[in-house]
Ligand binder design. Sequence first.
Ligand code: GLU
Length: 468
Amino acid sequence: MTVRVRFAPSPTGMFHVGSARSALQNWIYAHQHDGVFVLRIEDTDAARNRPEWTEGIISALDWIGIERGSYEGPYFQSSYAQDHTAAATRLYGEGRAYYCDCTRDAVIARTGNQHTGYDGFCRDRALGPGEGRALRFRTPDEGETIVDDLVRGKPTFENKLIEDFVIARSDGSPLFLLANVVDDMTMRITHVIRAEEHLPNTPKQQLLWEALGATPPVWAHVPVIVNEKRQKLSKRRDKVALEGYRDEGYLAAAMKNYLMLLGWAPSGDREIVPWQVVLDEYRLEEVNHAPAFFDVKKLRAFNGDYIRALAPEEFAAVCAPWLSGTETIPAPPWRPEAFDVDTFTSVAPLAQTRISLLSEIVDYVDFFFLDEPVRDEASWVKAMKGDAAEILDATADAFEALDDWSAEPLKAALERVGLERELKLGKTQAPVRVAVTGRTVGLPLFESLEVLGRERTLRRLRAARAAL
Ligand code: GLU
């Protein structure tokens, strides 16, 4: 039997990091079992049916290495409406489902319980289809449904506690529980790997599989990911969009590695591992049963490690979107023609060791490509006090007198300026750095000045002095 897994997102306009994790878990499982990965877009909610949302899903998958063309699909749930209807009709015809016209209020009035499930009132009323009548699945009165779950073991559900759930609305349209099962059957899915929030649906879905005469899949319900308050990550509260992380400058490799470490660890005492190790070693059976904390700080530190491990030309390549802007990444503050590749290449290694997000590259290098540095007010206030004016004057004079405009002599000159005033290098550097780069933190100063050049450096020092 060929293993067939599927990733079945409902389009929502953004790609949740938890979805990325589910997709990767399916992808890895398929890889490990020479199986097939199927992409199915669950687009039956008409209000959520925009083509660009599907494109967003496909390009998010692409970004994490599940590339178009290397999987089956995308299939669209909306194209399988006839199969859903046929299944509903069959279940009704075989007495496994019945029509019900109870309103929620009527059920509450009968049971006196706000939170109750359906009470089975219409089970034996033999209603036919009609206005205001939903189709409910008749769950067995006895026995139990045992779910075979790679992560959770064998969760067991007493059938008499499973309510008769709705499988089709009164207009005939199928509900998630039914459409999802019918599609999985049509697509010959053998393993359903998804988030734990779907576990309560699973006994119901397994009963549907059995009622429709098919062998249920093996399930794997993976604990959800939570924020620092142990709340399920939500798009209203937390930063969850994969695209947002991408546009801030997280590397796909770092993101993938981090996502797989949620609730799992590779062999040995290591966290950062080549993707191949994850592909070989990841085991759903080993995933921790507790919800996993999505620690953005840790992810960011991870990203920094990944950035530092890049070869120089790789680093330059991954920075490119931030140096020019894209549809989703804002353009940098300099005029495009002011950008100089050679300048960037010479300072890129200095930036590479300092940034943990690719988007930070802009603030590190902008002063090379702007006529005037961006003046960060807090930095200015901090650095331009005390002896600042005198230091700027003296430094400009000392620099002007240099024959050799390179880092070492520049540093020596500034040290002399400080020494004459009994100041530490850091104190002397601060106003110079802010005058030239606009900020108190950044690339190593003297290497930067060497690249920036004599004329621009002196002009900026004098301009800052004049502004004091
Ligand atoms: N469309 C469902 C979701 O996004 C699919 C759940 C499943 O994988 O069965 O939650």
